[in-house]
Each structure stands twice: as structure tokens, then as C-alpha cells.
Design a protein around this ligand. Structure first.
Ligand code: FES
Ligand code: FES
Length: 171
């Protein structure tokens, strides 16, 4: 069985007729062509690479059906930047070297944006807890945590801890 749905994806209303069992992540990737949303754990809800925002809240899009997003607003990692301006968190990820292969990065960004919207000035522990559903095989997480803390500090006009490469070398 199929159903016509209209989902606003990154500000654009998209109407498609989709199978009832089509997963939201497959709708985003295959029907919308937005491949920044990744599948890292064969749809088991473990890796977080498929994280997007639905009506402003982060969720794993392999755990939702496309029909459940009917009438809702979906934001993917492609929707974070505004024209040619990166989102502050994207800038922080670049500056703090918070990615290597980048497979996890889109999902982590979408989760972290929601987290920072809900948490003013979070502690390192709170950031680490927020990342528990996002697996990264490359970075060891330290730079990701630093980037999220730096983005939070900059948002509130505070001076963030500088990235390692910008720290004065020991005499
Ligand atoms: S693909 Fe969705 S959590 Fe891994
Ligand atoms: S940067 Fe490679 S999995 Fe996170």
C-alpha cells in the first residue's frame, strides 16, 4: 500500500507517494536525494548517523516511517548552513578538528544543534551524555566535545577554550 505525503524538507515542501513501510531515512536519501543523512548500522537505531530534526527535535530517521513525517518539517544536515554561511556548530567542528572520515558528522551535528537549543551552557559531562546515541569510530570524541562546548560558549558571548593547534607551544 502507498500513501501521498507532503514533508517540508529544509524549507521546501516535497510531495511524494510512498510505500507505507518506507523508512524516513530512505525517503530523505532516495526520494529527496539528500545523502548527507547516513546509514551506519543497517537500520538498528544504534549509530545515530541517520539523525535529522523533525519539527526541531533530533531523532534517528531509521526509526521512523516516512508517513510519520507527513505534514512535518524535516531538517537535514544540508539545511544547517544558510546560503554560503556555515552554522556556528559546523564552523566549530572545522576549527576544532572534530571529524576525520565524517561519516558520523551529519548525525552528530543534527543532534548537537537540538541539544544546544535545549541546554544553555552545558557541562562537558552533559555534552558527553548527549552524544551517547551517536557512534564515531575515528575521533575518540574529545574534539567533538570541545567543538560543541566552544559553539555553546561563542553563542553566549563567552571566550571558548582555543583548539589545540591554536594553543601556545610550551617554551
Ligand atoms: S542508521 Fe539509524 S541509528 Fe544507525
Ligand atoms: S569521523 Fe569517522 S566515524 Fe566519526
Amino acid at each position: 500500500m502507498k500513501k501521498e505525503i507532503t514533508v517540508t524538507v529544509n524549507g521546501e515542501a516535497i510531495t511524494h507517494t510512498v510505500p507505507l513501510r518506507l523508512l524516513l531515512v530512505d525517503f530523505i536519501r532516495d526520494e529527496c536525494g539528500l545523502t548527507g543523512t547516513h546509514v551506519g548500522c543497517t537500520y538498528e537505531g544504534r549509530c545515530g548517523a541517520c539523525t535529522v530534526q523533525v519539527d526541531g527535535r533530533a531523532l534517528k530517521s531509521c526509526m521512523k516511517l516516512a508517513v510519520q513525517a507527513d505534514g512535518k518539517e524535516v531538517t537535514t544536515v544540508e539545511g544547517l548552513a544558510r546560503e554560503d554561511r556555515l552554522h556556528n556548530l559546523q564552523k566549530a567542528f572545522s576549527r576544532y578538528h572534530a571529524l576525520q572520515c565524517g561519516y558520523c558528522t551529519g548525525g552528530i551535528l543534527m543532534n548537537a544543534v537540538d541539544f544546544l537549543n535545549e541546554n544553555i551552557n552545558p557541562s562537558e559531562d552533559e555534552v558527553r551524555r548527549a552524544l551517547v546515541g551517536n557512534l564515531c569510530r575515528c575521533t575518540g570524541y574529545s574534539h567533538i566535545v570541545e567543538a560543541i562546548l566552544a559553539a555553546s560558549a561563542m553563542r553566549h558571548g563567552l571566550k571558548p577554550v582555543p583548539p589545540p593547534a591554536e594553543t601556545e607551544p610550551a617554551p
